[in-house]
Design a binder for this molecule. Structure first.
Ligand code: AP5
Length: 209
C-alpha cells in the first residue's frame, strides 16, 4: 500500500506517520527529515535547502523531486511530499498512490503545536504541553538534550502556514478529483486521530483486497 500524508505544518503528519508505518509495515519517507539530515551533514543540497527552510519557504521542486526519486519504493508512506502541483505531477511517473490522507487542524491549534514542539536528534518528537518528555528537555528514548527547530519560531511558523495555503492546499482538490483524498479531523488527541486514520485504512485495504 502506498500512502501520502497531506496537511499543514503541525497537523501531526510526522507523529501519525511513525504510528502508521509501524502498524502497517510501511517505509516512512519524510522530505523534511531528509532535508534536515542533508543540512546537518552540510551537503550541497542540504545547505541550499536550509536557506529556504529557515525562511518558511518551500525548497525548489527540482531539488526535492531529485531527492525523492532516489528514495522511493513500493509500500511507502510519504510525509511532506508532494507539496506542490508540480511535485504531484512528477510523482505520478514513479509512484502509484492508493490513498491520500489529509489531516485537517484549526489554524490556532497549529501555531501552538509548532511553537511548543521539541525535537531530538534521534528522531523523537515531543510537545512541551501535549506530549512532554518524562524529564524536562531530555529525550525519553536516548537521553539527549531536546532542541527547538529553527523553523518552529513563531515568525517562521506564520510564514510556513501562509506558504502551505498558497502552494500546498491546492493539492487537496487535485487528489479529490482523482478520488484519492480522505480527510481526517486532526484536532483531537494523537490517539484519537490515529484511530480515525486506521478506520480509513481498514476500509481502503478492504477495497484493494
Ligand atoms: P517538514 O519537516 O515536513 O515540516 P512541515 O510539513 O511543516 O510539518 P512539521 O514537521 O512541522 O509538522 P507535522 O505535521 O509533521 O507535525 P508533528 O507530527 O511534528 O518540512 C520542513 C521544511 O522542509 C518545509 O517548510 C520546507 O521548507 C521543506 N520541505 C519539506 N518537504 C518539502 C517539499 N516536498 N517541497 C519543498 N520543500 C519541502 O506535530 C507537531 C507538534 O504537535 C509535535 O510537538 C507533536 O508532539 C504535537 N502533536 C501532534 N499531533 C498532536 C495531537 N493530535 N494533539 C496534540 N499535539 C499533537
Amino acid at each position: 500500500m502506498n500512502i501520502i500524508l497531506l496537511g499543514p505544518p503541525g497537523c501531526g503528519k510526522g507523529t501519525q506517520a511513525k504510528k502508521i508505518s509501524e502498524k502497517y509495515g510501511l517505509a516512512h519517507v519524510s522530505t523534511g527529515d531528509l532535508l534536515r539530515k542533508a543540512a546537518a551533514e552540510k551537503t550541497e543540497i542540504g545547505l541550499k535547502a536550509k536557506e529556504y527552510m529557515d525562511k518558511g519557504k518551500l525548497v525548489p521542486d527540482k531539488l526535492v523531486i531529485e531527492l525523492m526519486k532516489e528514495k522511493l519504493s513500493d509500500n511507502a508512506l510519504l510525509d511532506g511530499f508532494p507539496r506542490t502541483i508540480n511535485q504531484a505531477l512528477a510523482l505520478k511517473n514513479f509512484f502509484d498512490v492508493n490513498v491520500v490522507l489529509n489531516i485537517d487542524v484549526d489554524f490556532r491549534i497549529l501555531v501552538k503545536r509548532l511553537t511548543g514542539r521539541r525535537s531530538c536528534a534521534c528522531g523523537a518528537v515531543y510537545h512541551i504541553e501535549y506530549n512532554p518528555p518524562e524529564k524536562e528537555n531530555v529525550c525519553n528514548k536516548c537521553g539527549s538534550k531536546l532542541y527547538q527547530r529553527d523553523d518552529d519560531r513563531e515568525d517562521v511558523v506564520i510564514k510556513r502556514l501562509e506558504t502551505y495555503k498558497k502552494e500546498t492546499a491546492p493539492l487537496t482538490e487535485y487528489y479529490s478529483e482523482k478520488n484519492k483524498l480522505k480527510t481526517v479531523d486532526g484536532n483531537g488527541s494523537i490517539d484519537e486521530t490515529f484511530r480515525k486514520i486506521c478506520e480509513i485504512l481498514r476500509k481502503t485495504l478492504k477495497a484493494f483486497s
